[in-house]
Write a new protein. Structure first.
Length: 635
């Protein structure tokens, strides 16, 4: 039996029990057998979750790029590492082999060095989904610089805040980016941001869209000529296990974004291990995660996890709707994708469109389907299972967070039987606990509460950049000795977990705790409904009542709204009970979403409460225009 690769349910339980009984031996064996270390560790784990102070593999030295690239050169030198699929389907894809990746990372690393970047320096990366993005991350890691990727959909203000928070002196960007039929002026956004970032001395610019841009003299430099001159020999910097690898910002419900700090050894071991098991990656598979590298999903499951396993990982520049809604399936067919990992919001958008977009493509290469980012509703799960997986592909509903670094609760394909809307069981090494509001651990099955983790895991964030106190207050103070996720969950009769959403999404109606997700699931079962979001608003008698924002499918738009409202409440009554019926139902064209596709309930809540003058920060919205449309029709 190998700890590293679980193949059936019995093995899962054996491995899981071992990982809880003796976590140090469990992770030590995985670390020893599967990675390249320059110096072994003195201690596997030192921890105190009340501080919190957590150190994995203390004393070890390594470089993550040697694990992601160099060690594959002998056996996999000519295997494709990065498979770049451009925005425009008529542009040739690029197959970047491990050998080529090695050379490009080394050259890029040497350019960074020539520009004065040293171990421990922060490098801001603001790039579209092109190979240089993945290469830039790895080039930083090669020389021990800390990368801080800012998603290229963020505004100049958001970019400036992030650059200043961790004092970056260098920014890597491009002249622009393609996004469907549009181009995005990334360099212009950087120029605006840098008016507020006095510490930035250098901007390296990748040429992608060949647009006319302003090159600020003495500050901005085209990258390609520097790469052409750079040496392709760059010894990997020796890193301590707990040296920071990257900072990634995540927005909280209040205050400025939090710069989550991830460190080297634990992050590497955990993302590699979870990638292997959750996606059951085999040597010749082609793996595709549609996330942007600007999010944690892209860091862990486009770049580090797959490359640490010597995988072929697809890097897709485009969007699901361009040139039309068949694009994902055209790419799956073209590259014979075996594992496909996307977000529920994308699945729901695709499910709204005509079926022949997927039917016209050969999807028979697919073995495993994944979802991440928010609870997947039952209807979307079935659509994915029936039309994409043809009922032959296990669906891994993976629950995790920027803060957790890697997947925490997820089925393991062929081992864990799946049930729609359940993330199922904790991965080995993960010790979830459910708490009631008073901080009591809820034991046994058939309970629901706040989801916490009771023991350190290797990829957990170690701090918030520059503000350890905030890290402690946000995650380790609500429940002493536990990491608090901010999510609610239930554990069913068999021990499976269902993530019910952020605990701030729980609405108490007449003393009943109602999660928004199950109600939305019920509504979405209605054949005329495409998507929905529920929020609470104050009610004289019930305390709170429910307000539903509902997007209709084309077929629903011709129907009588009064009848539709009745039918929707009927479905809710059938699925959950009359207690969950909606007091108000507003039909709308769209829902306010974050750039990573999550519904911004905070805004809907304000609208439902009539507080439209206090919407707060809407700058991170993907589609701010829908907010005005919703306000106009508010009930
Ligand atoms: C990976 C990522 C984290 C929040 C998390 C949850 C929600 C993510 C699922 C999910 C239900 C899932 N990182 N979430 N995955 N909820 N089921 N499978 O998304 O930092 O951007 O977001 O996303 O609320 O706390 S994140």
């Amino acid at each position: 039996m190998s700890n590293y690769h679980i193949k059936n349910l019995e093995e899962y339980f054996q491995v899981y029990r071992k990982s809880v009984r003796d976590p140090e031996t469990f992770w030590e064996e995985i670390a020893e057998e599967n990675f390249l270390w320059r110096k072994p560790w003195d201690r596997v784990l030192e921890h105190d979750l009340t501080q919190p102070a957590v150190r994995w593999f203390q004393g070890a030295q390594l470089n993550i790029t040697e694990n992601c690239i160099d060690r594959h050169l002998y056996a996999r030198g000519s295997k494709t590492a990065l498979l770049f699929e451009p925005n425009d389907p008529s542009e040739e894809p690029q197959h970047i082999t491990y050998k080529q990746l090695h050379e490009r990372v080394c050259k890029f690393a040497n350019v960074l060095k020539e520009q004065g970047v040293k171990k421990g320096d922060r490098v801001c990366i603001y790039l579209p989904m092109i190979p240089e993005l993945a290469i830039a991350l790895l080039a930083c890691a090669r020389i021990g610089a800390i990368h801080s990727v800012v998603f290229a959909g963020f505004s100049s203000t958001a970019l400036a805040t992030r650059i200043n928070d961790c004092d970056c002196s260098i920014v890597v960007t491009s002249d622009g980016g393609y996004r469907g039929a549009k181009t995005i002026d990334l360099k212009g956004i950087v120029d605006e941001a840098l008016e507020h970032c006095k510490g930035v001395t250098t901007v390296l610019v990748v040429k992608r869209i060949h647009s006319e841009i302003n090159m600020h003299k003495g500050r901005d430099i085209w990258l390609q000529p520097l790469l052409d001159e750079a040496s392709s020999v760059c010894p990997a910097e020796l890193m301590e296990a707990e040296d920071p690898l990257f900072i990634l910002y995540t927005s909280g419900s209040t205050g400025k974004p939090k710069g989550m700090v991830h460190t080297t050894a634990g992050y590497m071991v955990y993302t590699a291990y979870t990638f292997k098991n959750v996606f059951q990656y085999r040597e010749d598979d082609v793996y595709w995660c549609t996330a942007d590298i600007g999010w944690i999903t892209g860091h862990s499951y486009i770049v580090y996890g797959p490359l640490a396993n010597g995988a072929t990982t697809v890097l897709f520049e485009g969007v699901p709707s361009y040139p039309d809604w068949s694009r994902f399936w055209a790419v799956v067919e073209k590259h014979k994708v075996n594992q496909f990992y996307t977000a529920p919001t994308a699945i729901r958008a695709l499910a709204k469109e005509r079926l022949d977009f997927s039917e016209n493509h050969d999807l028979s290469s697919l073995k495993i389907l994944g979802t991440v980012g928010e609870p997947i509703n039952e209807e979307a799960w079935h659509w994915y299972n029936d039309n994409i997986g043809k009922k032959q592909c296990p669906i891994v509903d993976t629950w995790w967070q920027t803060e957790t670094g890697g997947i925490m609760i997820s089925p393991i394909p062929y081992a864990t039987p799946t049930i729609p809307t359940f993330a199922t069981l904790p991965l080995p090494g993960i010790q979830p606990a459910l708490m009631d509001e008073e901080g009591n651990t809820l034991h046994g099955n058939s309970v629901s509460g706040r989801l916490c983790i009771g023991f350190p895991w290797p990829a957990m964030a170690r701090t918030i950049w520059g503000d350890h106190q905030r890290y402690k207050d946000t995650y380790f103070s609500t429940f002493k000795g536990y990491y608090f996720t901010g999510d609610g969950a239930l554990r069913d009769t068999t021990g499976y977990y269902r993530i019910t959403g952020r605990v701030d999404d729980v609405i108490i109606v007449s003393g009943h705790n109602l999660g928004t997700a199950p109600i939305e699931d019920a509504i979405n079962e209605h054949p005329a409904v495409a998507e929905s979001a529920i929020v609470g608003f104050p009610h004289e008698i019930k305390g709170n009542a429910l307000y539903g924002f509902v997007i209709l499918k084309e077929t629903g738009e011709q129907r009588d709204p009064a009848n539709l409202r009745k039918e929707i409440n009927q479905i809710i009554t059938e699925h959950i009970g009359p207690i969950a019926k909606l007091d108000k139902i507003q039909f709308t064209e769209g829902l306010p979403k974050t750039r990573s596709g999550k519904i911004m309930r905070r805004i809907l809540r304000k609208i439902a409460c009539g507080e439209t003058d206090q919407l707060g920060d809407t700058s991170t919205l993907l589609n701010p225009e829908v907010v005005d449309a919703i306000i106009k029709d508010v009930l």
